[in-house]
Design a protein around this ligand. Sequence first.
Ligand code: DXP
Ligand SMILES: NCC(=O)COP(=O)(O)O
Length: 246
Amino acid sequence: MANPLRLGVNIDHVATIRNARGGDHPDPVRAAEIVSRVGGDGITAHLREDRRHIRDGDLQRIMDATDLPLNLEMAATDEMLEIALRHEPHAACIVPEKREERTTEGGLDAAGQHNHLAPIVSRLSEAGIRVSLFIEPDPRQIEAAIQLKAPVVEFHTGRYAHHMLDGEDALATEELRRISDAAALAAKNGIEPHAGHGLTFDNVQPIAAIPQIAELNIGHYLVSEAIFIGLEESIRRMRALMDEAR
Ligand SMILES: CC(=O)[C@@H](O)[C@H](O)COP(=O)(O)O
Ligand SMILES: NCC(=O)COP(=O)(O)O
């Protein structure tokens, strides 16, 4: 039997809705509690430099509210390193960040930033935080992850998701093959492959079927569907689709 596939639920966009009115509602902590209740395997939250969704105070409240592991997505900056070391989440996923972007547009250039990333990865690892690098499914970036001694990589599935959405089947298949090959290469080198970004009920199964992938992190779509079917049902359906694909 293939390895079980974990579902990390990204609750950023609960906070996006909260921040639209500046108050406390809806509270991402309540979302984290629901994730825990319906069998999600972890919480993912991205503390952006501009705090457009998750805020500093959310991190400790999320960690206090549930026993689920927190995967903190963070840019490779001194500020974020200090925050991660203070909170000591289960995992830290280093992501590229541009203030003007609407969402995380691509993977981290781990290959081009070795000297900048190396001390950050070391400090997080020394603190017992499991480091993940959010990268494109590219052998060059996997080689960089090996050099950096990152135990985990998360492949950015945004390109695949866009091709699926636009009905570009051949391009989607090609990107799926890149992700599948990259997962095999990472696993062969002792790195645990994860994947995420832009995954939906319609496109999740081919990614979930890649046997080496151990975890999917999914957020925007789950929160969007929650408006219509509730967060519990949204997570349950995603979980069922993932299990079926496996
Ligand atoms: C890194 C990543 O993919 C997630 O953090 C997710 O997309 C939600 O955050 P943004 O939409 O702010 O990028
Ligand atoms: N790292 C990807 C993630 O956490 C969720 O991305 P999305 O589902 O919000 O696009």
